[in-house]
Design a protein around this ligand. Structure first.
Ligand code: PSU
Ligand code: MN
Length: 321
């Protein structure tokens, strides 16, 4: 009886819950062509409109220009989506829509309740891994918040990286988070953290050096692809962070923004702002202090990471054949 009841429930869900693919991604999957996973919380929550929509489109163009199918992930009305249409990107960009933020915790509820939302790094890694898409690019990952040792505010991205074998190409974490604790947490989770380039300097999103080191580095997209392949062959089950420092041409703006972050952090501490009020305070102050220049640099960084991610996806596709 229990088995039959279970089957009935299961069949109902089987009919209700379908993963949807863009034609581009489904063609690439069946023809073994390179694919790059892209997240969508950056669209729903991370950036203002219309920059969010423009960025979502421009990163897809960067993928295509490099021979890669863009797989922007989201959950739309309860369907996990692997590759989105322009209409779906518009819906996710709409700030007055009730789009939610979907990490591992939120995935089952979002699907069962037929909600629409952007997937975080964690949510996107889950969908990418299910479809056997091994490379994913974004701006920055979540991390350990400052004071996280008291609040336990640690992004689910870090535990996801410990349990899901997807390589995340990013510019590290913003220095509004605790970068040192984030690296410690990644080490505990068994996550390979490799800086792309000749040194092991771990970037701080807006600047090329955080003062901390990755435990290793890869000198090229090809080396990164080889490391990803070894990780897969070993069946380690854990992910990889490929940390890409800000390109030279944005470094000056990046330094100005980093200075603003440091000033805002001191102001927050002087004003005894604490807990989850800190991040909104810092973000607002940094935007004011840099007259919005932090936004443009942020957009440029994401595009650069997607370019690098595309190159890694191409190399990996090449050596896997
Ligand atoms: N870092 C950014 N911009 C973002 C995010 C991180 O610079 O938009 C998003 C990513 O989707 C990331 C998520 O996965 O925030 C982390 O959220 P939380 O700290 O709640 O886990
Ligand atoms: Mn959090």
């Amino acid at each position: 009886m229990i088995t039959r009841a279970f089957r009935q429930v299961h069949e109902i869900y089987y009919r209700q819950f379908h993963t949807l693919f863009s034609k581009e991604v489904s063609d690439a999957l069946s023809n073994n062509k390179p694919i790059l996973a892209l997240e969508s919380t950056i669209i729903t929550h991370g950036l203002p409109n219309p920059e969010n929509y423009n960025l979502a489109q421009s990163v897809e163009t960067i993928c295509r220009t490099n021979g890669v199918a863009p797989a922007t992930m989201a959950v739309m009305a309860g369907s996990p989506c692997i590759g989105l249409s322009n209409e779906q990107l518009l819906e996710l960009s709409n700030k007055s829509a009730s789009n939610i933020k979907i990490s591992r915790r939120d995935m089952a509820a979002a699907i069962q309740q037929k909600l629409t939302g952007g997937t975080t790094v964690s949510g996107t890694m889950i969908l990418a891994h299910q479809q056997n898409i091994p490379v994913f690019a974004t701006g920055g990952i979540g991390g350990v918040h400052r004071g996280g040792e008291n609040t336990l505010d640690v992004s689910a991205d870090l535990t996801e990286l410990g349990r899901t074998p997807v390589a995340v190409v990013c510019a590290g974490v913003k220095s509004i988070l605790d970068i040192a604790k984030t690296l410690e947490y990644l080490e505990t989770q068994g996550v390979t953290v490799a800086t792309l380039g000749k040194t092991r300097d771990f970037p701080a999103f807006f600047t090329a050096k955080s003062g901390l080191l990755s435990h290793t580095n890869v000198e090229s997209a090809k080396d990164a692809a080889e490391m990803i392949l070894v990780n897969r062959t070993l069946n380690l089950g854990s992910g990889i962070v490929i940390a890409v420092p800000i390109p030279e041409e944005y470094a000056a703006d990046g330094q100005e923004i980093e200075n603003a972050i440091q000033l805002a952090l001191r102001e927050a501490s002087d004003a005894q702002i604490s807990g989850n009020a800190i991040t909104p305070f810092i973000l607002q102050r940094v935007s004011d202090l840099t007259s919005g220049r932090s936004l443009n640099t942020n957009l440029a960084l994401v595009r650069n990471n997607v370019l690098v991610g595309s190159q890694i996806a191409v190399e990996l596709n090449h050596i896997q054949r």
